[in-house]
Ligand binder design. Sequence first.
Ligand SMILES: Nc1ncnc2c1ncn2[C@@H]1O[C@H](COP(=O)(O)OP(=O)(O)O)[C@@H](O)[C@H]1O
Ligand code: SF4
Ligand SMILES: [Mg+2]
Length: 386
Amino acid sequence: MSILAELSNLRVYFYDSSDKRFIRAVENMSFPIENGKVLGLVGESGCGKTVTALSMMGLLVSEPGIINGKFLFEPKEEDAKYIRSLLQKVKVSDPDEEMSNGDRLNLFYGLKKFISIEENPFTIIKNTERWLRYHDTVMEKIRGKNISMIFQNPLTSLNPFLTIESQIRKTLLRYNESIDKHEITDMILELLRSVRLYNPEAVIKMYPSNLSMGMAQRVIIAIALASNPKLLIADEPTTGLDTTNKYRIIDLLNSIIENKGLSMLLISHNIRLVGEIADRIAVMYAGILVELGDKQEILKIKKSPRHPYTEALIQAIPTDYDLKKGKKLKVIAGRAPNNKIGIKGCPFVNRCFYATGEIKKKCTSKMPPLVEVSNGHFIRCYLYFK
Ligand SMILES: Nc1ncnc2c1ncn2[C@@H]1O[C@H](COP(=O)(O)OP(=O)(O)O)[C@@H](O)[C@H]1O
Ligand code: SF4
Ligand SMILES: [Mg+2]
């Protein structure tokens, strides 16, 4: 397994000044992203998927932002030296904090320096301005050039006053200093062809308001690819598209990954959609990783162990067969736990069908550990931990 990036123990809390309490968004989130592979990140709305992605991109600006964790990433060779020198300038006193692991650099290295945490009462003091200045300097070389992000609702990501040609041109020039200006139009047309936009000569002259949602998302993908990144993060890239376009975009992303050998973090609330192209799937619940494994184990093998929440997520999404048969969907009853208070037991306990009798005592008393149930397949549930 060759690893491009690895997130470990990401912990993000926000401060809600209206009632002077912290909101837990992500708790000890960890996963690796392999070279040339797709990792799907799934879970209900509000479970922390976007916050995880924004933290990795260094785009989390609200107070207090990332408060803990590591993000190891292997940048392009030409950027690695520069980033390492920037990171070395932060002299951290914490012996636990490592800057690198082999060729990968910890892009969160030194951020702790701008924070102090008091546990009782739980308080976070952060020098936001210094943090952002530092983080921006480091991430500038990473964002776009090494990691590109595609957001949901493509039309809000495009500038309504510029033609598609000038928007792609700007990105190409920003990341490719040696580009021959005469060739740039050909490159733009080629990029648009690569995202299967027909008649690209006409599309380059258009403004975003001339595009359908499906076309706009293709333009966004073209812009994300213009810098030739190593990792693509797609956050709900098909939200707002009709079913046919949804699957076309997923199919397009799949062929891009295969042809260019990129890695991708594909985020969606729809586990079946993610299953179309993911190699591995991480399931998040209430900011916590509850299952991580190969797609086959998580989606296909009926008898293989599975987290009760993953099972509920799968049953909540209809298959074409279910729709034809008019089968009723199983909604996941109840709500995710309040994110303003600490979680004592399993976060899923108030919605879990398996939490009965003796096992329920365990489920309510302590957070279950993440256990490796088979090679590379991890589950956080007492059904698999004796
Ligand atoms: N800027 C912010 N300020 C305060 N709370 C936030 C902010 N962004 C996200 N949250 C909270 O963090 C949690 C996770 O949000 P998010 O990552 O957007 O969920 P998802 O992408 O899985 O739908 C939610 O409870 C959300 O309300
Ligand atoms: S630990 Fe208990 S409550 Fe949590 S998912 Fe497993 S059985 Fe359900
Ligand atoms: Mg989101």
